[in-house]
Design a protein around this ligand. Structure first.
Ligand code: 13P
Length: 233
């Protein structure tokens, strides 16, 4: 299997000691895959000590360059920690922080301008899917959350109804959405939503799936390692 991108989104979980434990184990892992961990902002400075096969990313960045925006973290600050990636437009940001496609596009542009690779999340809700609107939603999100001038970026297709639910689309559904996205934009396309050590290998063998963005299972070291190894056969 070709090189895959295996990214863990720790969300609001993790600690210095937890990331340290991941470093110790990952240092011994031989893999051609690209491994990324996106821990909370407070752990990003640990990127300077990460094993060679691992890069860190942030889970969000400010829409602004700098200034009086209490509590915000800018893309430049993230880049200064040595982090290489930043997730933008995760559905939890869109839902809990009212982020729009336009805001996501602005964040992706600021991230890229500061040398970070944005991981732009898109995906339909359960209602969209029920109404047969999946591809319309994907088209609109790509059109308005991905800045036209962007060259180095990653798309994460995360159906909102599959996040943290244990329910995943069929392989045919994943292939059809990923193939649709691949025809629209030239970027690696990750699948995210209830990826675990049992289904990751199968998901990553689907056409046009460049890797996975993992939530819950990326917090368990053994599961994360087994997902990394699941492509090595
Ligand atoms: P789960 O893997 O916990 O479903 O979360 C997916 C996700 O939101 C990754 O960004």
């Amino acid at each position: 299997m070709q090189m895959k991108i295996i990214a863990g989104n720790w969300k609001m979980n993790g600690s210095v000691s937890m990331l340290q434990k991941f470093y110790e184990k990952l240092a011994d892992v031989k893999t051609n895959n690209k491994i990324i961990i996106c821990p909370p902002f407070t752990l990003l400075n640990m990127g300077t000590n990460s094993p060679k096969n691992l890069d860190l990313g942030a889970q969000d960045c400010s829409i602004n360059e700098n200034g009086a925006f209490t509590g915000d973290i800018s893309a430049a600050m993230i880049a200064e920690t040595g982090a290489k990636y930043v997730i933008v437009g995760h559905s939890e940001r869109r839902i809990y922080h009212n982020e729009t496609n336009e805001m996501v596009a602005k964040k992706a542009s600021i991230a890229a301008a500061n040398g970070l690779i944005p991981i732009i999340c898109i995906g339909e809700t359960a209602d969209d899917k029920k109404a047969g609107r999946t591809l319309d939603v994907i088209n609109a999100q790509i059109k308005t959350s991905v800045p036209a001038e962007l060259s180095d970026f990653i798309i994460a297709y995360e159906p909102v109804w599959a996040i943290g639910t244990g329910i995943i689309p069929t392989s045919e559904e994943i292939e059809s959405v990923h193939t649709h996205i691949a025809a629209l934009i030239p970027a690696p396309i990750l699948y995210g939503g209830s990826v675990n050590s049992n289904n990751a290998g199968q998901i990553m063998s689907i056409k046009n799936v460049s890797g996975v963005l993992i939530g819950g299972a990326s917090l368990k070291l053994d599961d994360f390692l087994s997902i990394i190894k699941s492509t090595d056969n």
